[in-house]
Design a protein around this ligand. Sequence first.
Ligand code: NDP
Length: 603
Amino acid sequence: MTLPQCDTPPTPQRTAGLRERYRIERERRVRPEGPGQYRSASAEFGYFAADPYTGAVPEREPLHDAVDVAVVGGGFGGILAGAHLRRQGAGVRVVEKGGDFGGTWYWNRYPGIHCDIESHVYLPMLDETGYVPEWKYAPGEEIRCHAVRIAEQFGLYEDALFSTAVTSLTWDETAQQWVVATDRGDEFRATYVITATGTLTEPKLPGIPGIEEYRGHTFHTSRWDYDYTGGSPEGGMTGLAGKRVGVVGTGATGVQVVPMLAEDAGHLYVFQRTPSSVDVRGQRRMTPQEAGADRRGWAAERRENFLRIVSGEHAERDLVADRWTESAALLEKLLPGFRRDGEPDFEVAYEAADHATMTAIRDRVAAEVSDPATAAALQPWYRYACKRPTFSDRYLPAFNRDDVTLVDTADSHGIERMTARGVVVGGVEYELDCLVFATGFSVGVSGITSGKLPVTGRDGVRLLDVRAQHGPRTLHGFTSNGFPNLIQMGSLQNASSVNFTHVLDEQAVHAAALVAAAEEHCAVVEPTREAEDAWIGICAQGAPDHEWFHAECTPGYYNREGRGRPNGPLAYPHGAVAFHDLLRRWRAENIIEVLQARASASV
Ligand code: NDP
């Protein structure tokens, strides 16, 4: 790991003082309930999760047929798996809760939405589709349309089921098929099932006392109510003219939405508990030549270069050259394999680099926000990447407007309570016509990890029971003993990266290769218990060293609201680049090890 130089290395006294400040700021925000402080957008709050983008869902007859591959989820994971499978001639049926493809980008359409990872590395399959984004950071609608573009190009619409949720997956040993049941009465069969159900999919609400009493208009950012606000993701929300609007939450979503609401609301109240680190954005148009898009294979090369840099690997050049890559050394803390003391003087160098970066971010707030008290409240006091870093050139200046008020809720650990008229903080009631929740998503509750989608494998064994008893057991995160031909996408015992679409594309390639190998050898895909044990052992390496960072961080979903990481190995510890290399070698040399003979009845 090469840490950036720091001009003013902190003295031991300054470092101790800074750590103490971080500890105090963390304590101001930790809540004893941890993740239990939130409520899910279900039951009486179910309307917060309803689909505002697709009108009445047309009736259709339930399906009782058979397909080669069922893919659960139509976000980028499912789309990429479907695309790679279609390339090798498999029949694919994608089942998706939303009314179209897009996943995150279907649901999140709030004003100002962009992806803060460079468009040329974030948008997958640019080489295959020939599409070249115009802006360095793509608007959400462009990303959603690209998802649709890939789905169209690879024929995924033909057999897709939208506005449909898979409700159970059950292995039929005799037929050697999965039975896929849905909430639309379908009960069809699939030789293979790929789950691509995402991680941050279920909107969550703060469990603020009195939240149910509020009588003004309210919605979650991931279900934007344009019928009420008017306008589009580009702004123009005429419905908010003269209205008192509140927004709860200043994470990556809040930072993007606040400048847009500031433009259009009569008065905007931003209810903040923890300020984000808001770094330089640098949005601009880029020519195809500048992105290198005049060469074959340019997109794969560029995103590999980005992945290498943000994973702490060596790269000759930094092609993307933005604040992600410039802060890459500090992102390594997010890797399970990150070690506190692997090199001489490491800790001093690390503290110095972190100090320099966070000082620059705090100084930027002071330079951009004219009211000193507001600026002080907007300064983040924690280590870089304790919370997801954000990037904006419009967020901080929004607080210089007379019609924008920052309401700091840290001393009351968040909003105190809600009334029929509005929000109470520090004993003051803020009357609001509309309250927008930019309060994020529940983690680890979607798909097969949640119980909402029960998976029953061979001999009636339930996947959730196995996990409850033995913890997650997989080979490479994809496959589990007792659950033949079930391929799981996601970061569990797999890899993760800030550029998650790249990880998903590698996963999709792998999933398609597993299916191809099983078809070629007339087998099922299923690891042995020994292979799972070996993989769990590899994932466990380095995990204990990683947790000090999260334990000292301000609360958020990265550290289970201040409780540190969940026990047990979660991801491959040595980063996505090493993981992808490992998978490539394994596919070339050992893929046959994950194949088992099909039960004789079906052969
Ligand atoms: P987050 O979970 O990151 O933020 C939720 C916000 O709600 C926090 O500011 C939180 O404060 C606040 N909050 C929660 N409860 C209360 C309360 N009781 N009172 C006051 N404030 C409260 O959600 P986001 O939607 O912002 O982001 C989720 C993820 O989505 C990101 O981490 C990122 O992975 C992704 N994303 C990516 C983007 C991109 O450009 N690539 C853009 C937007 C999102 P506190 O911090 O104190 O808990």
